[in-house]
Design a protein around this ligand. Structure first.
Ligand code: HEM
Length: 205
């Protein structure tokens, strides 16, 4: 019987790293070519928002995929994908800060207070910051079990990201609904796994 390969091939991480940069490079290219459409700021805001949410869902998909496929090497991608989620949220917030609000901090605070979808998005962004800061090996060691507890915030951030999107669409809710279904499936799987797997297996996986 062939031995099942469960480790990531050596080119796995660099390949995923380059692939994760492609959306940002593509946006830069479109901007350079003046191809961002009639409302470039809106295009940038939407595309960076989309990729923020996609990377968040990818991070949440790693553990279920690893458990279902037995491909343990996938775990090695989780931190990088999480940092890419943060990277795209920073770009997304950067577009809002620079091109939408022109660094007007009082207008931003008013916007956060007045528009619920901005409040929720901003909360998601703030919660991602400690996760990004504590993603180093040193921090993982230093925080011990608290690291895992802190990083469970990613579930809440996923929910906030979907709510943020759902709240801002005016008519066609198909896309945010699709993200909501994917998120529910990923969180539902985790809940099911914790409820049904014996404690001995849970502690090792
Ligand atoms: C976890 C954090 C966040 C996620 C996952 C996220 C995700 C998204 C998504 C998916 C969209 C819709 C893209 C589309 O229509 O195709 C969006 C739009 C938008 N987001 Fe965020 N976002 C986050 C944080 C923020 C923050 C911090 C701000 C600003 C304070 C913000 C401001 C906006 C704005 C202004 C839009 C465009 C609204 C419109 O004109 O239709 N977002 N975001």
């Amino acid at each position: 019987m062939p031995v099942r390969q469960t480790r990531l091939p050596p080119y796995g991480k660099p390949l995923v790293f380059c692939a994760s940069l492609l959306p940002a490079i593509w946006l830069c290219w479109l901007a350079w070519q003046d191809q961002l459409g009639t409302n470039p700021v809106e295009t940038l805001s939407h595309r960076t928002g989309d990729w923020s949410l996609r990377f968040l869902l990818l991070v949440l998909a790693i553990t279920p995929l690893r458990r279902l496929s037995g491909w343990n090497g996938l775990q090695k991608l989780r931190r990088m994908l999480g940092l890419f989620a943060f990277f795209y949220v920073c770009l997304h917030f950067g577009v809002y800060l620079v091109f939408d609000q022109f660094f007007d901090l009082s207008a931003i605070l008013q916007d956060i207070a007045k528009r619920p979808y901005i409040t929720i998005g901003f909360l998601g962004f703030l919660l991602l910051i400690p996760l990004a800061i504590t993603s180093t090996n040193g921090m993982i060691k230093r925080l011990g079990r608290n690291w895992q507890r802190l990083h469970r915030l990613v579930y809440l951030i996923g929910v906030l990201g979907v709510l943020h999107y759902w709240w801002l669409v005016k008519a066609d809710i198909r896309e945010p609904a699709l993200y909501a279904v994917l998120l529910a499936a990923l969180l539902g799987y985790r809940w099911w796994w914790h409820a049904h797997s014996p404690a001995t297996i849970r502690s090792t996986r």
